[in-house]
Design a protein. Structure first.
Length: 267
């Protein structure tokens, strides 16, 4: 087991020990490499009402327990449109829909299904002298057919805490504009029927990334992500880890883009 795997496993075990200390199930853990690629397009809708829109397209690939190639299999493809309200100071409200086409990956126990999500999200940002701190809460409901063909409707709550550090630009004509180092932690809880899953814990996720502008309209993200997810059997943890990249085009130029709402992750 590599040092990266050991370190991530140790950290996740410390976090989850408080959640799972009252349970005595025989937990097992498997490691799965994965990659997340996303392209976003942001555009104004009705500026006098502080309404804008965004369309996200995402591709998630993965390996398996015995396959270390994070690009071996296509796990899912996602199309996610948003309507965004930014009329409050330091706060944005998001209303979205996600179309998730998931594919079978037999080596990792994944089955093929179409999953749709309705999403309401709020992000509160505090500007700091050399960066920003943000808190984000997301309420979403997932609609899909499980591996037995039974339709499932599962509400989920996601809470994220993140920090962005603004980096200095020493050159007069830098290659990248307004660079940042960012990181966040995220906890997800699901509320499924007992016949699907007994546990409320779903995913704990960590991400670290570099973001910057190529032009005032085009920004990118490059980073790594790691997450621990409890399978519906309640005894198997899957640890996903790997690279994450994102490219965002904004019709209206932006001085800085921190990617606070990026939905990097595999599940």
């Amino acid at each position: 087991m590599s040092l990266l795997k050991k370190s991530f496993l140790l950290f996740c075990c410390i976090i989850l020990s408080q959640i799972l200390k009252a349970q005595d199930a025989p937990y097992t853990i498997g490691f799965i490499p994965a990659s997340i690629s996303e392209v976003d397009v942001a555009f104004p809708l009705i500026e006098k009402w502080n309404l804008s829109g965004q369309a996200d397209m995402q591709l998630v690939t993965q390996g398996a327990y015995t396959n270390g190639n994070p690009f071996e299999y296509t796990q899912r493809k996602v199309i996610r449109p948003w309507i965004i309200y930014s009329g409050f100071k330091n706060m944005k409200l998001w209303l979205g829909y996600a179309h998730n086409q998931k594919y079978a990956v037999e080596e990792a126990g994944n089955y093929k299904t179409l999953e749709n999500r309705l999403i309401v999200m709020g992000t509160y940002t505090q500007e700091m002298p050399k960066g920003s701190i943000f808190e984000q809460v997301r309420f979403e409901t997932k609609f899909f057919d499980d591996r037995n063909g039974n339709h499932q409707t599962i509400p989920r709550i996601r809470a994220r805490f993140g920090v962005n550090h603004y980096l200095r630009q020493s050159k007069e004509k830098p290659i990248f504009l307004a660079p940042n180092i960012g990181y966040y932690t995220e906890l997800m809880l699901k509320f499924a029927s007992k016949d699907y899953a007994d546990e409320h814990f779903d995913i704990f996720r960590l991400s670290v990334y570099y973001t910057a502008g190529i032009t005032p309209n085009i920004h990118f993200l490059a980073g790594i992500i790691g997450q621990m997810q409890l399978r519906t059997n309640g005894t198997q943890f899957d640890v996903y880890y790997g690279p994450m990249v994102s490219l965002k085009y904004s019709v209206k130029p932006k001085e800085r883009e921190t990617f606070d709402s990026v939905d990097g992750g595999a599940d």
